[in-house]
Design a protein around this ligand. Structure first.
Ligand code: NAD
Length: 498
């Protein structure tokens, strides 16, 4: 027998082995449970992963707790942690193709977007927070001659990082990188439908030198694991991204134990298109704002408000242009719109559009499922002539659907834009600079884009007002949300001595 026959070289697995990562080791769920992971592009099984139990959550929290308390991570200088995060950045870039393939197959993302948006933006987050790690300084406060005071920035301890299905890699990175640089340890629970990239990240972080127990991943069903993790006495801070409904439930649970909580929740942004805008550019922005990631983007622009003189013109251009956006096969580098991420999401989108049509909405384009290899495909859809209180306008659809409403005045546009329980993003398309500033200042949102959409960078804070959440991700703001102040005041002797 030759050596090759004794030890055949296996082809590298297409996806990570799908086990839990706890205390630096890979292991099965305590009861051996597994759960299927589906491919949105075919509706068929892609692979399976461990289905964690509450016992596994306890073990992961205990591992994170022990790692935090030992000081193996928080005791490093922030510069040492920064070097490890920078290595993680380098490894993520080296493994771009593996990560992009996993993210594309698991979340139904067109491969080009998985590479240049998901992996690239995630890597940038590690790079950005590694750089901030070189400037993690406390402050001296001048208070009185008889005392010396300084404020240290300390990590919370164990962070529960809970993320949604739509941008698994970017949204986990936007929690992991700032939480780690600040010195916290983490138990990460990715969305049950899209757990694969988190498992690769665990491997990357271990390879980069993150000590055992500092980063842990539990995969499994949201409500059972989520409730247990959020209410866990060993967790010091919960960083939640997901729907407003689940976020509110988790906030209430965290509130019972007064556990620190930040929430990045749903959105339903308005994009205001004034008649003075450069229509050629603005229409491209309008389309990408609602089709990007098949509309499954918390900061998408699904509500288009158009100044009346160009309302019908804009609808005509959209009717021609939207069907021409490359749609379908996610492995084709030219594809822009893929499937939605799950059968449930497809049913939700189809239901909302069907009910809008029944209620009299004009379907400008789309309005139907597309049968492609059994995948969860829905045609990019534009709806007009809707009542402002219609479900399709008011609800977060989270699919490739745009509703279009006319307006006559700036005040009316602002009122319509703000007439939502959400307040995550907003947009203004205009060539009038003064109007852009005037309107932006009156929009209720965490971010406003002028003449563009989804221009994001690790340095830009994003987050919501109203039912879109509390707190900010990105920028120094995110790092600060994983730190608390500890004031140390030293008496230098009785006041009357000086
Ligand atoms: P979701 O609320 O259903 O799930 C989010 C996460 O919470 C998942 O990991 C899920 O397993 C977990 N979970 C489920 N039940 C839980 C519980 N009882 N306790 C704790 N965790 C629990 O959201 P989704 O459907 O995965 O994602 C879509 C939503 O996320 C949309 O509303 C979207 O706007 C929002 N989102 C917001 C942002 C942002 O930055 N504001 C970013 C992306 C997505």
């Amino acid at each position: 027998m030759t050596i090759a026959e004794e030890a055949p070289v296996a082809a590298p697995p297409a996806f990570p082995p799908g086990r839990l990562f706890i205390g630096g080791s890979w292991r099965e769920a305590s009861d051996g449970g597994r759960m299927d992971v589906l491919a949105p592009a075919t509706g068929r099984k892609l692979t399976d992963v461990a289905r964690a139990t509450t016992q596994d959550v306890d073990d992961a929290v205990a591992a994170a707790r022990a790692a935090f308390d030992s000081g193996v991570w928080s005791g490093l200088s922030s510069r040492e942690r920064a070097r490890i995060l920078q290595r993680a950045h380098d490894l993520l870039r080296e493994r771009t193709e593996e990560l992009a393939q996993a993210e594309s197959a698991n979340a139904g993302k067109p491969i080009t977007f998985a590479r240049i948006v998901d992996v690239n933006n995630a890597a940038e987050l590690y790079e950005y927070y590694a750089a901030l790690g070189h400037h993690l300084d406390g402050e001296v406060r001048e208070i009185a001659a008889h005392a010396h005071a300084y404020v240290k920035k300390e990590p919370y301890g164990v962070v529960a990082a809970i993320t949604p299905f739509n941008f698994p890699l970017i949204l986990s990175s936007s929690k992991i990188a700032p939480a780690l640089i600040a010195g916290n340890t983490i138990v990460h629970k990715p969305a049950s439908d899209t757990p694969l990239s988190a498992l690769i990240v665990a491997d990357v972080l271990q390879q980069a030198g993150v000590p055992d127990g500092v980063f842990n991943v539990v995969t499994g069903p949201g409500s059972a694991l989520g409730d247990h993790l959020v209410g866990h006495p060993g967790v010091d801070k919960v960083a939640f991204t997901g729907s407003t409904e689940v976020g509110a439930r988790a906030a209430a649970l965290a509130g019972k134990s007064l556990t620190s909580f930040t929430a990045e929740l749903g959105g339903n942004a308005a994009n205001i298109l004034f008649a003075d805008a450069d229509l050629d550019t603005a229409i491209g922005t309008v389309i990408s704002a609602f089709v990007f990631n098949s509309g499954q983007f918390c900061m998408a622009g699904p509500r288009l408000l158009v100044e009346r003189p160009v309302y019908e013109v804009v609808l005509g251009i959209l009717a021609d242009a939207v069907p021409q956006v490359p749609f379908g096969d996610i492995s084709d580098p030219a594809t822009v719109i893929g499937p939605v991420a799950s059968r449930g999401q497809l049913e939700k989108v189809a239901g909302i559009v069907d009910r809008a049509r029944s209620a009299g909405a004009r379907v400008v384009t789309g309005g139907e499922r597309v049968d492609l290899d059994g995948g969860f495909y829905y045609a990019p859809t534009v709806l007009a002539d809707l009542d402002p209180a219609a479900e399709a306008v008011v609800e977060e659809i989270f699919g490739p659907v745009l509703t279009v409403q006319p307006f006559d005045t700036e005040d009316e546009a602002i009122a319509l834009a703000n007439d939502t329980r959400y307040g995550l993003a907003s947009g203004i398309q205009t060539s009038d600079l003064a109007r852009a500033h005037r309107v932006a200042a009156r929009l209720h949102a965490g971010i406003t884009w002028v003449n563009g959409w989804a221009i994001l960078d690790p340095a830009i804070p994003f987050g919501g007002v109203k039912a879109s959440g509390w707190g900010r991700e990105g920028g120094p703001e995110a790092m600060a949300s994983y730190q608390r102040s500890h004031a140390i005041v030293i008496g230098l002797g009785p006041e009357d001595r000086r």
